[in-house]
Ligand binder design. Structure first.
Ligand code: FES
Length: 168
């Protein structure tokens, strides 16, 4: 069996997408209607390539039999899809109302200072990227952030240090 390319490879060519065809076939087979596979196909492409390239949208359109313009609408609607390269670890920092009321601004400033980046940037070593996000639906844990697929709540400077320093 051929190993799938990883997100670290950041290879964006059609060869990478072709290597995912077998996986795409399995995903599409789970649904009565192929169009229902749009989201999981986009996740697969993004997890592999690192973000959703125009080629990945076309590949998704081909497998789901949905016009590419509709795939593009999905990608632009959901903030979970990246349209440009992100870091190895992508941080979504909540700046919603509850988080503001519980002091997210100073935590966000601390994070920016620690990583030496601003909203939308990637660190020069490619390890982290930062995106300010509206409510991430975990208000009881404000201030909070999402790092990759994990939520981290009740942030303090110490906790932020521990989270980021613990990531390879
Ligand atoms: S406002 Fe931050 S999680 Fe809801």
């Amino acid at each position: 069996m051929t190993a799938l390319p990883t997100a670290d490879s950041r290879f964006r060519g059609n060869d990478t997408l072709s290597a995912l065809d077998h996986e795409a076939q399995k995903i599409v087979a789970k649904y009565d209607e192929k169009r229902a596979a749009v989201l999981p196909l986009l996740h697969l492409a993004q997890d592999t390539i690192g973000y959703v390239t125009p080629e990945a949208m076309e590949w998704t359109a081909k497998w789901s039999e949905v016009p590419v313009v509709h795939v593009r609408e999905v990608v632009t609607f959901y903030s979970m899809y990246h349209q440009k390269p992100v870091g190895k670890h992508h941080i979504r920092f909540c700046t919603g109302t509850s988080c503001v009321l519980r002091g997210c601004e100073s935590q966000l400033n601390y994070l920016k200072k620690k990583l030496k980046i601003e909203n939308g940037d990637v660190t020069p070593d490619g390890k982290f990227s930062l995106e300010e996000a509206e409510c991430l639906c975990n208000c009881e844990g404000a201030p909070m952030m999402q790092v990759d697929k994990d939520y981290h709540v009740d942030l303090t400077e110490k906790k932020t240090d521990e989270i980021l320093d613990g990531l390879k």
